[in-house]
Ligand binder design. Structure first.
Ligand code: FES
Length: 99
């Protein structure tokens, strides 16, 4: 499934990832700067913060609480990328990496 990571300077990196992985894993495997995934996806570090496109699925309650611990400013579309499962429907989605 092709995904795109956009940095705050506007540069975009396309990444190809298998369905069933998470968006955090996709970013870490591709070495996308700014997405660390320190806790390995157990929803306890908030270093996998991304901005999803408008209208993207909202975070769950616990994820929403954890987003308060993200270093970068939170937005309406903030998500923790370890909680986003990659599905074929996500093909071509652009995730913005916080500055
Ligand atoms: Fe730690 Fe997502 S990788 S909360």
């Amino acid at each position: 499934v092709p995904l795109i990571f956009r940095q705050s300077d506007g540069s975009e990196t396309p990444v190809e990832v298998q369905s069933g992985r998470t968006v955090m894993e996709a970013a870490v495997m591709a070495g996308i700067p700014g997405i660390e995934g320190e806790c390995g996806g157990s929803l306890s570090c908030a270093t996998c913060h991304v901005y999803a496109p408008e209208g993207f699925e909202a975070p769950g309650d616990y994820e929403a609480d954890m987003l308060d611990f993200a270093e970068s400013p939170r937005r309406e579309t903030s998500r923790l990328s370890c909680q986003i499962k990659v599905m074929p429907e996500l093909a071509g989605t652009v995730f913005e990496v916080p500055a």
